[in-house]
Design a protein around this ligand. Structure first.
Ligand code: GDP
Length: 195
């Protein structure tokens, strides 16, 4: 399990990336999907990743050390927020592309989607981009508690289909307020790092 999670730094571009050999998992998802809540839940902290920052405002990668150098979580800005202007959208795309395509520490992606909804075009584009550059993805569907029992399997299938999800990638469903649902996640991160 995650015994220790420490915020190290934020980086606006390459010059801020940490130079060492520690593997990284980047966390991505559209704004409001529940990424900050999830990061806080898995690390047993309340305020590690700020919940509900003004969406679209932060264009930084945030680096967190996990278990004293075992790996790092890299929290990427939420995408798909309607009110960001074109310049911000481009800056975001450029920064992400740079990180995703050139960062040798990067071992996998933890991508969050909302279990209630159809993936957005941004979600589809992001996922297909990850696959096109050979990145392994752990799909985390959030807000399980908000989905009717009868719809859970149906929505999972729908999301997998919409994303054209690769069967080698894992899919997990979580409700961040319910700790039981996030217990197995740590092993999924380790599997992702070892794939
Ligand atoms: P972010 O923009 O992706 O970082 O999203 P946040 O973590 O700020 O979450 C957005 C909203 O969804 C907040 O009001 C959270 O309390 C809520 N939320 C996040 N995860 C869950 C979940 O698993 N279940 C429920 N019911 N609400 C959640």
């Amino acid at each position: 399990m995650i015994k220790q999670a420490i915020f190290i730094k934020s980086a606006a571009d390459k010059t801020g990336w940490i130079i060492d050999e520690i593997p990284e998992i980047v966390f991505v998802g559209r704004s409001n999907v529940g990424k900050s809540t999830f990061i806080n839940a898995i690390s047993n902290q309340n305020k590690l990743a700020k919940v509900s920052q003004i969406p679209g405002k932060t264009r930084l990668l945030n680096f967190f050390d996990i278990n004293n150098g075992l790996f790092r979580i890299v929290d990427a800005p939420g995408y798909g927020y309607a009110k960001v202007n074109e310049k911000m959208r481009m800056d975001f795309a450029e920064m992400m592309e740079d990180y995703l395509t050139t960062r040798t520490n990067l071992k996998g992606v933890c991508m969050l989607v909302d279990l209630r909804h159809k993936p957005t075009n941004d979600d589809k584009e992001m996922y297909s981009f990850f696959k096109s550059i050979g990145l392994n993805v752990l799909l985390v569907a959030t807000k399980l508690d908000k989905v009717k029992k009868n719809d859970i399997i149906k929505n999972e299938k729908m999301i997998k289909q919409e994303l054209k999800m690769n069967s080698d990638d894992q899919f997990v469903k979580v409700s961040s307020p319910d700790k039981k649902t996030v217990i197995g996640i740590y092993q999924e991160f380790i599997n992702l790092l070892e794939r």
